[in-house]
Design a protein around this ligand. Structure first.
Ligand SMILES: [Zn+2]
Length: 501
């Protein structure tokens, strides 16, 4: 393969020419992986190398997932983003999507970046975190903000329907917003309203949104959470298959693990989140509120032994221990311990939740319309992104699919594994000239060892790069060279219109 001016110039035998040569004999060459479900929104501003993504062969991350994005931001969305950025000593230098894109470009990135607009973010821009339906005026304001962001290059919209305030949105509201996305050829990605006991209703809602708005739908991190619900992915995938046969353009993605990762605040019911995280924390100080919370069901079912702290800023020693364990050691009731911990951390504690079945993971992976996405931010084994014990998917997702699931366990073929992380997500995003190896395509290229490729990150020891992934080329420049990150920051900010759609 010959690469020139950021594109694949030729593929074939007997190519010669000047410049750098990488000898890939005995190795395999694939298009760079496109992480269709990334949460690197802030991490890429902290460390422009996006280390844990780059080392997995990811050449494009799709941010703004699960209803939360970094732009556009006004009102509560702006102040919440400022709180997040302040944890890394960063300041918000943008309001609009175009300004955000320019800030990312100024900062530089080792790999390509694009983003959805977050539905929760839109709500926070227009109506704070109020637990009610949007008025006609508020809906019009959200539509206008969304349309501007799409014009400025956002690749679609995401919802996070278990996370307030996105969770406060009605199906009708989302249909109205999704129609704006559809008009501009964008994608609608959804962390659906329930991945447990009401999984089928939630998938049906995602499909209904696609049917009514004509938007193309991407159901995020497809799974059945909670032991009583294991096996329901057979029914949920059947719903998707039927909808696809009926002409609804719906697909899904998956990370290859039996644990999820989110915030500890998911153990608190939606109503207690009204007003935003700081308002929730104030509420959690009250014993009456705690009593009411205790009586209410939440999707996680508060399976405390299965909920493990990944990161708590003021208590690094909590990382890797379950809430059940920590509460017992403190002589506290687990829910009381959780409320205290959330109050102490302004609501911001990351968890790993062991909640899925291996059979389900394998069943879902084998569906041909399932793409692979990490559902993680790019971390690094050094610096501010090395804290805690994050979910190992941050470092292992793509090599794990290639090595464990394709090569070793043969759940899918190696070729199909590559497709699920390259041309399939590229097609969903309508990314032009990426996700494929052909003459004229952008030179996002990965050289890997199909015999050795393997994830090394574990729940106990997550900050470990994978094996067998020596070279990553982004827009024609070598970003990972013999397993070492280079100084190249050749990643581009990809925009709907110019690069996709
Ligand atoms: Zn999610």
């Amino acid at each position: 393969m010959a690469i020139r001016d950021g594109r694949i110039a030729a593929i074939g035998d007997g190519l010669t020419g000047g410049g750098r040569t990488i000898d890939a004999r005995g190795l395999a060459v694939m298009p760079g992986a496109i992480d269709i479900h990334s949460h690197s929104d802030e991490a890429m501003l902290v460390n422009s190398a996006l280390e844990s993504a780059l080392h997995q062969g990811v050449t494009t991350v799709v941010c703004g997932n699960c209803g939360g994005a970094s732009a556009p931001v006004l009102g509560l969305a702006a102040s919440e983003l400022e709180r997040d950025l302040a944890r890394f000593g960063l300041e918000r230098g943008w309001t609009s999507y175009a300004e955000y894109a320019a800030a990312v470009e100024r900062n530089g990135a080792s790999i390509n970046v694009c983003s959805f607009v977050g539905h929760g973010t839109l709500r926070m821009c227009v109506m704070g975190a109020e637990m009610r339906a949007a008025t006609a005026g508020e809906l019009a304001a959200m539509k206008a903000l969304l349309a501007s962001a799409l014009r400025e290059g956002a690749i679609g919209m995401s919802t996070g329907l278990i996370y307030p305030p996105s969770a406060y949105g009605t199906t009708d509201e989302i249909v109205a917003l999704a129609a704006v996305v559809a008009e501009r050829g964008g994608l609608y990605a959804s962390h659906i309203r329930n991945e447990g006991a009401r999984l089928l209703d939630a998938v049906a809602e995602g499909i209904e949104i696609g049917r009514r708005s004509a938007v193309r739908v991407q159901l995020s991190h497809h799974k059945a959470s909670g032991k009583p619900n294991w096996g329901r992915v057979k029914d949920s995938t059947a719903l998707i298959v039927r909808a696809r046969a009926d002409g609804v353009d719906v697909t899904a993605d998956q990370y290859p693990y039996t644990a999820s990762s989110t915030g500890l605040a998911v153990t608190i019911p939606d109503w207690a989140h009204e007003g935003g995280p700081l308002a929730m924390v104030e509420r959690l100080r009250g014993p009456l509120v705690r009593r009411r919370i205790r009586d209410e069901e939440v999707e996680t079912c508060r399976n405390w032994p299965a909920i493990v702290i990944a990161r708590a800023q003021h208590h690094p020693e909590w990382s890797g221990r379950s809430v059940a364990d920590l509460a017992a050691a403190a002589g506290r009731d687990p829910l009381e311990w959780t409320c205290d911990a959330l109050v102490e951390h302004d609501g911001d504690i990351a968890i790993v939740h062991h909640s899925m079945s291996e059979d389900d993971v394998r069943y879902v992976m084998a569906k041909e319309w399932i793409a692979i996405g990490s559902d993680s931010r790019a971390n690094a084994p050094y610096g501010p992104l090395s804290s805690g014990k994050p979910h190992p998917r941050s470092y292992g997702t793509f090599p794990r699919v290639l090595g464990r699931y394709a090569r070793d366990e043969k759940v899918i073929t190696l070729e199909d594994a590559v497709r699920k992380m390259t041309s399939l997500p590229a097609a969903r995003l309508r990314l032009r000239d990426r996700g494929v190896l052909r003459e004229g395509a952008r030179a996002d290229v990965v050289v890997f060892d199909p015999l050795r490729v393997a994830d090394r990150a574990t729940y106990d020891d997550p900050h470990r790069y994978p094996d067998g992934m020596p070279y990553v080329i982004v827009n024609g420049e070598v970003a990972l060279d013999g397993g070492e990150t280079t100084a190249a920051r050749a990643g581009r900010f990809l925009r709907l219109g110019a690069d996709a759609g």
